[in-house]
Design a protein around this ligand. Sequence first.
Ligand code: 4NP
Length: 165
Amino acid sequence: MSTPTRVLFVCLGNICRSPLAEGVFRHQVEAAGLSHRFQVDSAGTSSYHAGEAPDPGSVRVARQHGVDISGQRSRQFVRQDLERFDVIVAMDRSNHRNILRLVEDIETVRGRLWLMRNFEEEVDGSGLDEDVPDPWGGGPRGFETVYEIVERSCANLLRHLTGAA
Ligand code: 4NP
């Protein structure tokens, strides 16, 4: 049996966006009967919230969509993650830059380091932003927006990784 593809989602605090992406992607993988083919994790480029549970806004919006992320805990992205994961998905360009700071040879991450919204498709013709907006400290609408972006992007990421696109 082939080794599972290891997928890591990365944001700044690892309490809002990337835990949601981790939970949603894992949920989609399970729904597709592909749990044996993927290992999913998330991390933050900062250590601000290390050890903490996801933000209540992310826990709530995930639960509203049938996904339980309450057991996940924040951890900081470390250099070794660059080798441990096959696919690393940054939530915004700032996270992407922070990850690149730890990269010694750009060739080693070519084709493995992505922006989350690279996988999103336009839904209403209004164009795409490059960043998943940071909902931290804002109201529930922000978390719902993040959920919708993450759900669409994760579905396309899964298609991309399974060759079903
Ligand atoms: P996240 O959101 O990167 O999506 O987890 C944030 C969480 C915490 C902070 C910033 C963004 N903070 O500055 O503490």
